[in-house]
Unconditional design. Sequence first.
Length: 121
Amino acid sequence: MTTGPEAPAPERVGALVVGTGVAGLTTALGLRARGVDDVLLVTKTPWGAGAGGTGGGSTAWAQGGVAAVTGADDDVALHVADTLAAGAGACDPEAVRVLCTEGPARLLELARRGLVLDGAD
C-alpha cells in the first residue's frame, strides 16, 4: 500500500471512498467483499488517524456510547421517538427509522470486524 502525498494517483479505480472513519472503512471493506478490486480511500488526515484517532471522522465523538435496540425489553419505536425529539426537527425521520431499525445488526457486524464494546448498558 502506498500512502502520503507521494502516492501516485491512479487513472481508474473501482470505487472511491472519501473518509477513513468507521463509515468510510466499513464501506471500503464492504466494497471489497462484493468484489470491487480497486478501492481508493481518500482522507484529510494522516493514514491511521481516522476511526477514532485525532482528526479523522466523527467516531471519536461517540463518547457517550452507542444507542441501539439490544434487548427484548427495548423498542425501535421508542428509540425513533427519542432520537427525533433529541434532534429537535433537524433529523430526517426516514434516516432515523433506518438507523434505529438496522442499528443492532450493524453493531454485530462491527463486533465481528473487531470493535470492542463494553456492553455495560
